[in-house]
Design a protein around this ligand. Structure first.
Ligand SMILES: *[C@@H]1O[C@H](CO)[C@@H](O)[C@H](O)[C@H]1NC(C)=O
Ligand SMILES: *[C@@H]1O[C@H](CO)[C@@H](O)[C@H](O)[C@H]1NC(C)=O
Ligand SMILES: *[C@@H]1O[C@H](CO)[C@@H](O)[C@H](O)[C@H]1NC(C)=O
Ligand SMILES: *[C@@H]1O[C@H](CO)[C@@H](O)[C@H](O)[C@H]1NC(C)=O
Length: 391
């Protein structure tokens, strides 16, 4: 998910009940592991709750890749996100509990911890792109552990959460601290943990066809090491994983894409409108639903989408067309069409520049190495992924 900081825009009434000092020791990682990995669960938000996801059924809906994170013997199921910088968890001080799925969260009870973990004078406040309301609260410092490896870090303890947020207990943000919405921009989880790893990387391997995935730290899976292609990440203008100068190819036409965010939290690939129009116009009976989204017959065999980077010469990176078949679409405005229509996971970016996103169809079909010290993403097609047809 891409986020918009609202720290300076919205005056949020915060309950600084504790003016406590920062008492948790600033120790580094409490256990050193050069590399480790752990499983992920993919979950979709439904009207009344959430459910684990299998298949290509949901890539236009809200969903999350969830990772278990331990704080003080409590397990929080956090959304993994490279499209934001602020890690936060539910607190037991949520002012207006969300409807529907409320009461199902692990809550951080900062008031019950002595000495107080509350970072005095610090707060956080953000709203995710596409979201209608924001998330805000106080800031605490505590040890956050993933697969038994912990770092002491500052993170948000939410007091305000949108009413429709109930699929995770918060969010593990993997961007750079320069964009952290927490006062004074403390280091992010990956910035802290990198120093104890064999290599300053994390890796993601998701599978759209089962509800699982793997998050790795510190090592590259040897299965993929020889086939990885690297793209530099431009963190000079963004604190997220921004890649410059890609070009997409549809048929014989090439469409430049000035910048694109590699965002684990996004359900679709959102790129320049011309590229998206050309792609879907090549599919018989595909129809535009609105300014950004298309639907097509669920049975359509979708062509693969290719892209190049000047960094890799003429090399054609490929996103399998099968990964663009989304959920069954209802009320598509072509009543004469007699076959089921599905949403397409390739959509038009909704602003002229600067908001293109590489999302689930890419991450569900690629093994990705994210390098924090030499900012870059390297990736290879996941084993077993079937390519389709040429555009
Ligand atoms: C990417 O494009 C920018 C201009 O938008 C240019 O300055 C830069 O040299 C390009 N990088 C590569 C690797 O081609
Ligand atoms: C376009 O349609 C999709 C699918 O129904 C919907 O999720 C999206 O919010 C719509 N976008 C706009 C800009 O109306
Ligand atoms: C994309 O192009 C179509 C056709 O020209 C237009 O109707 C639509 O509004 C455009 N969408 C965006 C986001 O620019
Ligand atoms: C970009 O990444 C490098 C290496 O991790 C880091 O030293 C630098 O501070 C980052 N730049 C920004 C603006 O965050």
């Amino acid at each position: 998910m891409l986020f918009i900081p609202i720290h300076f825009l919205v005056a949020v009434c915060l309950l600084h009940t504790k003016t406590g000092v920062l008492a948790v020791p600033q120790h580094a990682m409490n256990q050193m592991h050069g590399s480790f990995s752990l499983p992920l669960q993919r979950r979709i938000q439904t009207g009344s709750g959430s459910t684990d996801v299998t298949g290509y059924t949901d890539n236009t809906g809200e969903y999350a890749w969830l990772v278990d994170v331990t704080i003080r013997d409590q397990t929080f199921s956090l959304e993994l996100d490279t499209g934001s910088e602020t890690t936060w968890v539910w607190s037991n001080q949520i002012s207006e509990p969300p409807q529907g799925g409320s009461g199902k969260h692990t809550e951080y009870d900062y008031g019950a911890i002595a000495p107080s973990p509350v970072v005095s004078g610090s707060d956080f406040s953000l709203i995710y792109s596409g979201g209608s309301s924001g998330i805000s609260g106080i800031v605490v410092q505590d040890t956050v552990s993933v697969a038994g490896v912990g770092v002491s870090m500052q993170f948000g303890a939410a007091q305000v959460v949108p009413g429709d947020w109930f699929y995770s207990d918060g969010l593990l943000a993997l961007g750079w601290s320069s964009g952290n919405s927490i006062t004074n921009k403390p280091p992010t989880f990956i910035e802290l943990i990198q120093h104890g790893l064999d290599a300053p990387i994390f890796t993601t391997l998701f599978d759209l066809t089962n509800a699982g995935g793997t998050l790795g730290f510190g090592a590259v899976d040897p299965t993929y090491s020889s086939s990885l292609k690297k793209l530099a990440v431009d963190n000079s203008t963004s604190s997220l994983w921004l890649v410059d100068n890609l070009s997409f190819t549809v048929g014989v036409e090439t469409y430049p894409q000035d910048t694109i965010f590699f965002d684990l939290g996004s359900p679709t690939i959102a790129i320049q409108n011309d590229t998206v129009n050309a792609y879907w116009k090549s599919i018989p009976n595909a129809v535009r639903i609105n300014g950004t989204n298309w639907a097509m017959p669920c049975s359509a065999k979708l062509p693969d989408l290719h892209f190049t980077s000047p960094l890799n010469g003429q090399y054609q990176h490929v996103i399998p067309g099968s990964s663009f078949t989304g959920a069954l679409a209802y009320n598509v405005p072509v009543l004469e069409v007699e076959f089921p229509m599905c949403y397409g996971g390739l959509v038009a970016q909704s602003c002229p520049s600067g908001c293109a996103v590489m999302g689930a169809p890419f991450f569900g079909t690629h093994y990705v190495v994210w390098n924090i010290a030499e900012p870059s993403v390297s990736f290879a097609l996941r084993e077993g992924v079937q390519l389709g047809v040429a555009a």
